[in-house]
Design a protein around this ligand. Structure first.
Ligand SMILES: O=C(O)CCC(=O)c1ccccc1C(=O)O
Ligand SMILES: [Mg+2]
Length: 328
């Protein structure tokens, strides 16, 4: 089968530049794809790379799209090289929605009811902003939160954490409130041990510490696991499917944060997750609703991921993606 291939680059600003231990992020750039079948069916997809996280860069993805012909075949879609995982995701998801028997009602609509918020983790603003951010996200229905650490000096972050935890512990809640800490690979081993000790003392409210050490320190993270009761989740270390396969082979049986939009081919991701009993948390890369729809579909299909909140509570950090409707 052949498909007409069209693409539109987009830019979306963060309301406030996002600070992680990798640096500052001001604008999310991505590409919306549209495939049209011979009989007029349309499918949308999204390429939302994060170069600093281990996928191709936006420019590499753009270059790939610019070099594709106006008409492509199944062979093109299923032979994208592994160094372009966000392109694999974008094209294959556009293909899936164009060839699906029942088409999505609208590529641009999504579920925004408050009830759905409690299944998502809300990403708190960095630093002190987390405290006000928690109040707002709480009122919106979030009960799982994530906060970035390794950004400010340790003592300051510790004081904010203590306040945050006190606020979260007020009143009772079913299911219980939980907080995830994400270091984005920015801690030293000694700092990671310090944070894990503190987490252990907080009585179970910390669901996990995410990517404490850099990608190169897998064995050290494996070694931390049994020494603390707070769980460790890998994120940067499992950015793409080949990385997931590699850390699985190396014995990682802790949590995998899966960002479908940069992981690679959706069908290969389904296959990997359904053939290994991995503890998965699905997470956003600040994609638009186009990429999110496919990412959440995967999260639902992959059975063993159901008990943990998914990390898609991020829209409050970005300008609206309404402009998408004007692309075509
Ligand atoms: O996972 C979440 O809850 C929110 C998404 C998130 O934190 C994130 C979004 C884009 C790039 C990196 C990360 C990260 O988890 O480090
Ligand atoms: Mg992370």
């Amino acid at each position: 089968m052949n498909y007409k291939f069209e693409f539109r680059p987009y830019q979306r600003k963060f309301k406030r530049p996002l600070q992680t231990s990798h640096g500052i992020w001001e604008i999310r750039e991505g590409i919306i794809l549209r495939l049209t079948t011979d009989n007029g069916k349309i499918g949308f997809g999204e390429i939302a790379p994060i170069g600093w996280f281990g996928s191709e860069t936006f420019l590499e993805a753009l270059d790939y799209c610019r070099n594709l012909p106006n008409v492509i075949s199944d062979r093109t879609i299923f032979s994208i090289p592994p160094n372009l995982p966000a392109c694999q995701f974008g094209l294959e998801s556009a293909w899936e929605s164009a060839t699906l028997k029942t088409q999505f009602k609208s590529a641009f609509s999504e579920d925004k009811t408050p009830a759905s918020k409690s299944n998502h983790s809300g990403l708190l603003p960095g630093g002190e902003g987390a405290l006000l951010g928690r109040q707002i996200l709480w009122m919106q229905g979030y009960r799982t939160f994530k906060w970035k650490i390794g950004v400010l000096p340790f003592q300051r972050e510790l004081r904010i954490l203590q306040e945050l935890v006190l606020a979260l512990q007020q009143g009772t809640c079913d299911p219980p409130v939980s907080l995830r800490l994400d270091a984005n690979g920015g801690l030293s081993l000694a700092e990671a041990e310090e944070w894990l000790k503190i987490c252990d003392q907080l009585g179970g409210i910390i669901e996990y510490l995410e990517q404490p050490l850099p990608v190169t320190e897998l064995q050290a993270m494996v070694g931390l696991g049994p020494r603390f009761s707070t769980a460790i989740a890998l994120d940067e270390s499992v950015a793409t499917l080949p990385q997931m396969q590699s850390v699985y082979r190396q014995g990682w049986r802790g949590i995998y944060v899966i960002k479908p939009c940069i992981a690679g081919s959706p069908s290969e991701l389904r296959q990997f997750c359904n053939s290994h009993q991995i503890d998965a948390v699905f997470s956003s890369v600040f994609e638009t609703k186009i990429g999110r729809k496919m990412a959440l579909k995967l999260a639902t299909e992959i059975k063993n991921s159901s008990h943990r909140a998914t990390g898609f509570g991020v829209d409050h950090l970005l300008e609206s993606d309404k402009i998408l409707e004007l692309l075509w």
